[in-house]
Design a protein around this ligand. Sequence first.
Ligand code: G3P
Ligand code: CA
Length: 248
Amino acid sequence: MERSTFLTIAHRGASAYAPENTFAAFELALQMGVRHIELDVRVTADGQAVVIHDETLDRTTSGAGPVAQRSLAELKEFDAGSWFDSRFASEQVPAFTEVLERYAKLAHLHTEIKSGQVGFCKHIIDEIHQHGAEQRVTITAFELAHLVEVRRLAPNLSTGWLVRNITEELIATAKRMGIDQLCPQASTVSPEIVRLLHNEGFTVRAWGVPSEAVMRAVVRSGADGMTVNFPDKLIHYLAMGEKGSTPI
Ligand code: G3P
Ligand code: CA
């Protein structure tokens, strides 16, 4: 893997430094030079797609209870930044359409479908089509059913399957379903796994990077990319190689 083409994907934006899944975190990622952003989408009570990780509002907003029981207008009333730092008190839960509008021309959007019935996929795909962003989005999910539905409705959209670890059965399933990218948990990624997946025709991008040591191990494995909360550190490491390592 050419380091210059390694996919540095800001996980929920530059979420080590700004509240996850907000414009503040996405803007900061862009300022760091990142051109790949990961975000999570869930469905609201009125069928809209919003960008938030948890099933409930409690951890990352001033609201409480399930996201799925609130309308988009209600969600917009909540403060989605103060939990992280009072400087971010004006942040709101973004609608997916707003993220497409603001960022689809600036970054590739690794869009994880977190919730909703399989029918929710159509709504997301329609929004991607409305923004002409088909080449700028990769749909990811842990639930294979979502990806199968995306493949059925939009065969040209890139898809990545988030998995804990790689098994032969999983590879066979992913090939059968036409999945483009396999996304194993970072701690399970090794040069052997990456070689195997490349030979099977998948790109490999890791998730769940808890430390710079794991970040470096993923790069050294030959993987194609990773989501990371501290993309500035990954950019620095890719530019400097081992000389750029922070001692641990
Ligand atoms: O990169 C994928 C990763 O975001 C999956 O886990 O819990 O952070 O959505 P989670
Ligand atoms: Ca995610």
